[in-house]
Write a protein that binds this ligand. Structure first.
Ligand SMILES: NC(=O)c1ccc[n+]([C@@H]2O[C@H](COP(=O)([O-])OP(=O)(O)OC[C@H]3O[C@@H](n4cnc5c(N)ncnc54)[C@H](O)[C@@H]3O)[C@@H](O)[C@H]2O)c1
Length: 267
């Protein structure tokens, strides 16, 4: 499919995992893609692999001027912007470990998490939207998370940042819809990136809650991203799409009920 022919995309946080799969897919569908990332070596390696329709730019999502510069670098390099995929998230294990419960979390952990995971989405959108409008419209895709839809015992700042992303998605959809901008959020559950594969305990905790035979892969998210970036989704905006193997659609007790009935069946 060539649904993104002649489109120019930014993937903010695109060097690895879901972002890298999106870069591959958007280019396969005809787009040119600027891969923005703090991990510039990874972004450059991916762009090198993807050929002349890809470019890489260093940016730091924690720095507003750097996010603004990423948008400008895309316009300078490719000539405009049609698709913005905000995908970045804080990846420092040390800071993630401090993102605990409400009484335990240090304020600067909260602030940095919100800055990278949510404020940078606002900033990239703020500077990309006028370029999109000048080309007749565009599509913004925000990677949220199921963590933005539910409470948890830890990762308070991560959850709050993803809930903010969902709200931002709706506000952009409302404010710029008539100017041809659509904005949707993707809310992954567990997706088997390299980082997630390195957490077998978490995988085995979640596995009983997914309804599909296997966990999702970054390519599954990229397929949804390509659809939301393309005109095939032209009547869809302001929505949140969970991509979680059905983990969020059933009663919380389902896994316990199934475990209990299978143990009774065995006795
Ligand atoms: N993998 C999952 O199971 C899962 C589940 C729910 C949501 N998500 C979301 O999907 C998105 C991608 O996550 P992933 O799992 O592919 O992880 P990932 O670590 O592969 O991707 C995150 C990218 O952001 C970059 N990055 C981190 N800090 C940055 C900064 N300050 N400035 C610029 N770039 C920076 C990293 O270098 C990396 O390339 C994130 O928003 C994450 O919250 C992932």
């Amino acid at each position: 499919m060539n649904r993104l022919e002649n489109r120019i995309a930014i993937i903010a946080g695109g060097a690895t995992g879901i972002g890298a799969a999106c870069a591959r897919r958007y280019i396969a569908e005809g787009a040119s893609v600027m891969i923005g990332d703090l991990n510039i070596d990874g972004a450059r390696a991916l762009a090198g692999e993807l050929g002349e329709k890809a470019a890489a730019a260093h940016y730091d999502a924690a720095d507003e001027n750097s996010v603004k510069a990423l948008v400008q670098a895309t316009v300078d390099w490719f000539g405009g912007i049609d698709i913005l995929h905000n995908n970045v998230a804080l990846t420092s294990k040390e800071i993630q470990a401090l993102d605990t419960d409400v009484t335990g979390i240090p304020l600067d952990t909260w602030e940095l998490t919100l800055k990278i995971n949510a404020t940078s989405f606002l900033v990239a959108s703020k500077y990309a939207i006028p370029h999109m409008i000048s080309r007749g419209g565009g599509a913004i895709i925000n990677t949220a998370s199921n963590s933005g839809r539910f409470g948890d015992v830890v990762r308070t700042a991560y959850g709050a940042s993803k809930a903010t992303v969902i709200s931002l998605t709706q506000h952009i959809a409302v404010q710029y819809g008539k100017q041809g901008i659509r904005c949707n959020a993707i809310a992954p559950g567990v997706i088997l990136t390299d980082a997630m594969n390195a957490l077998p305990e978490l995988k085995s905790l979640i596995e009983p809650h997914i309804l599909t035979p296997e966990f999702g892969k970054p390519e599954d998210v990229a397929a949804l991203g390509a659809f939301l970036a393309s005109d095939e989704s032209r009547y869809i905006t302001g929505q949140v799409f969970p991509i979680d193997g059905g983990a969020s659609v059933h009663h919380p007790q389902l896994a316990d009920v199934m475990r209990s009935s299978s143990s009774k069946g065995q006795s």
